[in-house]
Design a protein around this ligand. Structure first.
Ligand code: GLY
Length: 393
């Protein structure tokens, strides 16, 4: 009798899995097919898939572009799901293609460039050649931290300012936390704390939305609060809110300091309760874009947010289920024909409709490589939670 009950429960469980709104197996099968096309159209590793030009042709970049690590990272996500040596080989090839950026001290984006491909690759394969490259990269990144200012410098210049820091920079800290653990050098850890605390103090408004760019004086006082990619200095640029949410969720994971958890939850609540967030939960490129609802959506912000929420929901609290369900809705929308490409179209990217830099008239309503990366990461996180049965009502 007990055996029949177990069998019945097994089938009910399978049914519940089959009925979930996002079919992870199907989405990864599609991603693998679509990215086979991407690999074929990029036979050598000098041109990195990035986005699509206004004329519809592929817009490729070189390894020094801030997004060069995302393609390799996405290949690792597909390998993680398929465990196929074909994807491992492709991921290794596109990971090593970024290796020379370990010496690049001219950018703050080494978290994206190095940690997305090498970090995932090391987590999945323990390839012993990766950590030295990553540690050199972390050292290069840390040269951009001036203790007198107390933040990692993002760009070398913005308008008339010499020490601009963008909210996106929170995404580099996960890489430095890894480096601190791996090397035993507490300096990397201390940089994360100081940068995150000063960002919390100066980038965030009372409603927990974030400025995009805060410019600092040499003594660490604030010179100006601005935007580069948002609609206005005082607006809430959608991807910036997503970067901050992801960044402070990682801060809590790595430190267990409840102030970061509280901050991540405040950011999530600002985002999810915003009256301009559409019903499908894919935001306009800026929550305060001037012509809403006639503004482009940003699938990349939704993918980053979904991934962050699928971690944040694991830390409990009264809104945990809301975070989970909101993330699932985002994944459901992204996986629908409204945002997901047809096979062989979209220059072989998975998602359509992201916005890179609207004020700069660059990458407006195109596929962008990092939208795919965070979408695949979110699917993996969703699947892990779903299999554990967390939040199933
Ligand atoms: N600067 C990184 C981004 O566009 O989100």
């Amino acid at each position: 009798m007990k055996r029949y009950v177990s069998i019945a429960l097994f089938f009910v469980g399978q049914l519940a899995l089959a009925q979930t709104p996002v079919d992870v197996d199907k989405e990864f099968a599609f991603a693998a097919q679509q990215y086979q096309g991407m690999l074929k159209s990029h036979p050598d590793t000098t041109r990195f898939p990035q986005s699509t030009k206004p004329d519809g042709s592929p817009d490729d970049r070189t390894s020094d572009w801030w997004c060069s690590g995302f393609f390799g990272g996405s290949l690792w996500h597909i390998y993680e799901r398929t465990k196929s040596p074909v994807w491992k080989e492709a991921a290794q090839k596109w990971t090593m293609a970024v290796a020379k950026e370990q010496y690049n001290t001219g950018t703050h984006d080494l978290g994206f460039m190095i940690y997305c491909p090498f970090g995932n690759g090391y987590r999945l394969t323990q390839n012993a050649t990766y950590p030295p490259i990553m540690l050199t990269g972390a050292k290069s990144l840390s040269t951009r931290f001036d203790p007198k200012v107390g933040l990692i410098k993002s760009w070398n210049k913005f308008q008339t300012y010499n020490y601009p820091v963008i909210i996106d920079n929170m995404m580099n800290l996960e890489f430095l936390f890894w480096a601190a653990k791996r090397s035993g050098n507490k300096e990397f850890y201390n940089i994360c704390i100081t940068h995150a605390d000063n960002t919390m103090k100066n980038h965030y408004r009372p409603d927990y939305s974030s400025y995009h760019v805060v410019c600092y004086n040499p003594d660490g006082t604030v010179a100006a609060k601005k935007t580069a990619q948002g609609a206005a200095d005082n607006s809430a640029w959608a991807r910036g809110q997503a970067w901050g949410l992801y960044g402070y969720t990682v801060m809590f994971r790595e430190t267990k300091d409840p102030k970061y958890l509280a901050h991540a939850r405040h950011i999530a609540d600002f985002y999810l309760k915003h009256p301009n967030l559409p019903a499908d939960k894919i935001p306009y490129w800026d929550f305060n874009a001037p012509n809403i609802p006639n503004e482009e959506r940003d699938a990349s912000a939704a993918a980053i947010t979904a991934s962050a929420l699928l971690e944040l929901c694991t830390y409990g609290g009264p809104s945990a289920k809301t975070y989970y369900q909101s993330a699932v809705k985002m994944l459901e929308s992204l996986s629908s024909p409204a945002y997901k490409a047809n096979l062989g179209e979209n220059n072989h990217f998975i998602l359509k409709h992201s916005v890179g830099h609207k004020p700069g008239k660059s990458e407006v309503d195109t596929p962008i490589v990092y939208a795919d990366y965070y979408y695949l990461e979110a699917l993996l996180r969703y699947d892990a939670l779903r299999k554990k049965g967390v939040f199933r009502s």
